[in-house]
Design a protein around this ligand. Sequence first.
Ligand code: F6R
Length: 242
Amino acid sequence: MNVIRADNYQDMSQKAAAFLIQHIRQSPRTTLGLATGGTPIGTYRELVKDHREQGTSYRGVTTVNLDEYVGLEEDHPNSYRYYMENHLFREIDIDRHQTYLPDGRAEDLAAECQRYETLIRKVGGIDLQVLGIGRNGHIGFNEPGTPLHSRTHVVTLTSSTRQANARYFPSEEEMPTQAITMGIATILDSRQILLLASGEDKAPAIQHLLEGKPNPDFPASALIHHPRVTIVADNEALSGAT
Ligand code: F6R
């Protein structure tokens, strides 16, 4: 795993954006896997700034997101579709028909998971997947104990993830109890992975990840099986690593 050290959140965002911009400029028809959450917001902000100032184009880019809540309308302010529109898509020249997220409103959720897997294959697979990391080591919504061979599936959110994400909802009761997420095997199929981490509360997770020991109770450790992983982490997130 290649580690890029950043001074702080802003620096992490700039370094991660620079990595993505270089990739997009080299491969304008790339398929990006995208994440939501607090961590990548600054990176998306930097991409928007670069698009405005340097003209990097997303016209040929396809995106597939890691996950989506079950039951929220696309325009619900807490849906991940809304998040992506708000932080990135509406600010760049990407074709909306080339932006994909799991459909959390599908009547048949199992069929939707299958459809999403097929869709990822149809667009040629993911060239570069952006990931955040949960304090318990989750990637996507793959919580501890998720099998390595898992593909896109429905998850019931754990109380720790619900608590961590409740801050985005008016109340914890309004938070969905389920989500659709790419599985660990789906994520590992990506040709390249860029994992972002900022802040002290991620230090134990990053330390654990860099120890490089496979551990089903720590889903991110699956990444040690992948040949091309880059971690962009700030000093606080790296403070536990030796
Ligand atoms: C987001 C996702 C999650 C987050 C993780 C970290 O699409 O799949 O795994 O990356 O929960 O979230 P933040 O960045 O809010 O700390």
